[in-house]
Every structure is written in C-alpha cells, then in structure tokens.
Write a protein of this length. Structure first.
Length: 144
C-alpha cells in the first residue's frame, strides 16, 4: 500500500513536470526572451565597436568645456561616455527586461531574473563599464 502511494506521487510529479514543459505560452515567452537577449547582446557589441572607433585625437573645442578644470572635464567626458553607452542599447535592454519579467511572472522560473541581477551587480562591483570609460578618458587627455 505504501509503495502504491509513493508510485502515485511520483507519477503525479512527473506528469506535472511534463505538463509544465508542454505549456505553449511558457515556451513562447521563453523563446521571445531568448530572442530579445540575442538582439541585446548584438546591440551591446555594436555599441562597443562604435566606442572603439571614437576619434580620441579630435579636440573638444567647445567654449564651456574649455572653461572647466581638468577634473571637471574628465567628469563631463565620463558622463558623456556612460550616457552614450546606456542610450545606445536602451531600447534593446528595455525590450529584453520586459520580456524576461513576463516569462518570470508567468512561469515562476526566477533563474533569468537572478542571472540578470547578478550580472548587473557584478558589473557594478567588479568589471564596471566605467573602468573602460576612465581608460578612454585618460587616453583622451594624453592626446590633448
């Protein structure tokens, strides 16, 4: 009798898992999420390529910029690079985040959300894009 109960429990669990994996809406949401993630990664790569092609030898001859001291100029350039990078992929990042949240809310699978949060926290704490901007700023000021 005890084995029948255990067998029925295992059967129910396996059928539930199969039914969950056969949910067409969940599969659709997951496919959309992955597609938008691919688009986001492609856009981020394009943004990085644009930043690498920036002409650091070109001087900034704006009057207001020249009135700033070197520290303030570095902050302005840092802000400009950070803002440009954020704006460059903002539409794709927003599309992915919305799609990912739809998937997480519907399925309860928090793995994509946790990975997204971990990636953003670790990039802020360790290998921040801001480090690249500082390197670019230093390069710019060596040339001027």
């Amino acid at each position: 009798m005890r084995y029948k109960t255990m067998a029925l429990g295992l059967l129910f669990c396996s059928l539930s898992a199969q039914a969950a994996s056969l949910d067409p809406w969940a599969e659709q949401l997951e496919q959309e999420m992955h597609a938008k993630y691919t688009v986001l990664n492609e856009r981020v790569s394009a943004c990085k390529a644009m930043r690498k092609s920036f002409d650091y030898a070109k001087p900034l001859n704006e009057g207001w910029f020249k009135t700033l001291d070197t520290t303030e100029q570095q902050k302005v350039i840092q802000f400009g690079f950070a803002n440009a990078s954020q704006q460059c992929s903002a539409k794709e990042r927003e599309a992915y985040a919305g799609s990912m949240l739809d998937y997480v809310a519907y399925t309860g699978d928090k793995k994509p959300l946790n990975e997204w949060l971990e990636a953003h926290q670790s990039s802020l704490l360790s290998r921040s894009p801001m480090l690249d901007y500082w390197r670019d700023v230093k390069t710019l000021f060596r040339l001027t």
